[in-house]
Design a protein around this ligand. Structure first.
Ligand code: NDP
Ligand code: GDP
Length: 326
C-alpha cells in the first residue's frame, strides 16, 4: 500500500527535491503552505498536479492539528523554518517562533493526533557554530553562533526529547549546507552563481560579498533529501550527520564558478562590510560515517559538479532559455 507524506516547507529548496523523491517512490504527497498575498510555488510548479497543498502555519497550533487529521500521514518531514542566518539577527524572536517553537507545535500535534506518525526534523550544522572538534559528528557539542543556530538547537533537542518521552519515531538530520539550482538567492552559493551568469552575459558588473574566508562543507540538495528519506525507513529512529566531509572557502566557490565561464573572480568580487555578520561560523566540516554505515548513504555530486550545475542553470535563466521563476 502506498504511503502518505506531509512536508512542511514544501515551497523551499529541500521541499521541492523531497516531494519529487517521494512521488518517485509512489507516495501520496501533501504539502503545508502558509498564506501569503502572492503564491510562491515556482520551485514546485512542475509537481503541482501531483501533490496536494494545504494552508497552515507553524505559528498556529490548531491549523497544524487539523492538517494532520485531514491528511493522516505516515511520515511528516518538518522542513519549514526561517532559514536565513542574517535575518535571524534582525528578527530573532520570529526566528525562535518558527524555527524553535514551530517544532514543538508539530510534535504536540503528532502527540495529539497519533504517535504512530514518523517525524523528521531538519536540524543544521549551524548548531556546531564555533566548532568543538573537526570533523563534526553526532556527538560533537553544539555552540551556535546566531539566533538561527540557537533555535535549531532547541528544535533538535525537543525532537530527541519527544522520542525519549513519548516513544515517537522522531529523527533529526544534522544537515550541512546543501545547495542546488533551486537554492534561494540570498545564500552565498546562489548569490555567486547568479552573479557569475549576469556578469558573463553583461547584465552586472560587480559582486559584493562579506566573509570570503568562511569555510563550509557544501553538498547537493538532491543527495541530501535521499538521506532524510532513508532515516525515516529504519527500524529505530536516530540522528545523523549528513555532509560531504570536504570543506571549501567562499573564495574557492568564487574561483570555481568564475573559472567555469572563463573569468577571473578577482576582477569582479568586492568586499562590502554590510554582508559581514555580528558573529559568523568560520568553518564547518561533517563526518557522515554513521549515515554511511547505517543508511548506506553517501554523497554523489562533487563540489565542482555542484558549482558548475548552479552556474549553468543560472546562465540558462539569465539568457532566457529557462524561465522557471526561481
Ligand atoms: P528554504 O528557506 O528554501 O525553505 C523554507 C521553507 O519554510 C519555505 O517553504 C517557507 O515557506 C517555509 N516556512 C517558513 N516559515 C513558515 C511558517 N511560519 N509556516 C509555514 N511554512 C513556513 O529552506 P531549505 O529548503 O534550504 O531548508 C529546509 C530546512 O532545512 C529548513 O528548516 C532549514 O533551516 C534546514 N536546513 C537547511 C540547510 C541548507 O543548507 N539548505 C542546512 C541545514 C538545515 P514560504 O515559501 O512561504 O517562505
Ligand atoms: P549559512 O551557512 O546558512 O549562513 O549559509 P550562507 O550561504 O548564508 O553563508 C555561508 C557563509 O558565507 C557565511 O559564513 C557567510 O558569512 C559567508 N558569506 C560571505 N559573503 C556572503 C554574502 O554576501 N551573503 C551570504 N549569505 N553569505 C556570505
Amino acid at each position: 500500500m502506498s504511503k502518505t507524506a506531509l512536508i512542511t516547507g514544501i515551497t523551499g529548496q529541500d521541499g521541492a527535491y523531497l516531494a519529487q523523491l517521494l512521488l518517485d517512490q509512489g507516495y501520496e504527497v501533501h504539502g503545508m503552505v502558509r498564506r501569503s498575498s502572492s503564491d510562491r510555488f515556482d520551485r514546485i510548479e512542475p509537481l503541482i498536479e501531483d501533490i496536494t497543498l494545504h494552508q497552515a502555519d507553524l505559528l498556529d497550533q490548531l491549523s497544524i492539528v487539523r492538517l494532520i487529521e485531514a491528511t493522516s500521514p505516515d511520515e511528516i518531514y518538518n522542513l519549514a523554518a526561517q532559514s536565513f542566518v542574517p535575518t535571524s539577527f534582525e528578527q530573532p524572536l520570529l526566528t525562535g517562533e518558527f524555527t524553535a517553537l514551530g517544532v514543538t507545535r508539530m510534535l504536540e500535534a503528532i502527540r495529539q493526533v497519533s504517535t504512530e506518525i514518523r517525524f523528521y526534523q531538519a536540524s543544521s550544522s549551524e548548531m556546531f557554530g564555533t566548532v568543538q572538534e573537526t570533523p563534526q559528528r553526532e556527538t560533537t557539542p553544539f555552540w551556535p553562533r546566531s539566533p538561527y543556530g540557537v533555535a535549531k538547537v532547541y528544535g533538535h533537542w525537543i525532537t530527541v526529547n519527544y522520542r525519549e518521552s513519548y516513544d515517537i519515531f522522531a529523527c533529526s538530520g544534522i544537515l550541512f549546507n546543501h545547495e542546488s539550482p533551486l537554492r534561494g538567492k540570498q545564500f552565498v552559493t546562489r548569490k555567486i552563481s547568479d552573479a557569475v551568469a549576469r556578469i558573463k552575459l553583461g547584465k552586472q558588473e560587480k559582486l559584493s560579498l562579506g566573509n570570503l574566508d568562511a569555510e563550509r562543507d557544501w553538498g547537493f540538495a538532491g543527495d541530501y533529501v535521499r538521506a532524510m528519506w532513508l532515516m525515516m525507513q529504519q527500524d529505530t529512529p536516530d540522528d545523523y550527520v549528513v555532509s560531504t566531509g570536504q570543506r571549501h572557502t567562499v573564495r574557492d566557490f568564487c574561483q570555481v564558478a568564475f573559472d567555469h565561464v572563463g573569468l577571473n573572480w578577482e576582477d569582479y568580487v568586492e568586499i562590502d562590510p554590510a554582508f559581514l555578520r555580528p558573529a559568523d561560523v568560520n568553518t564547518l566540516c561533517g563526518d557522515f560515517s554513521k549515515a554511511h554505515e547505517n543508511l548506506g548513504w553517501q554523497p554523489e555530486v562533487t563540489f565542482e559538479q555542484l558549482v558548475q550545475m548552479m552556474v549553468d542553470t543560472d546562465l540558462d535563466r539569465v539568457s532566457g532559455k529557462l524561465n522557471d521563476g526561481v
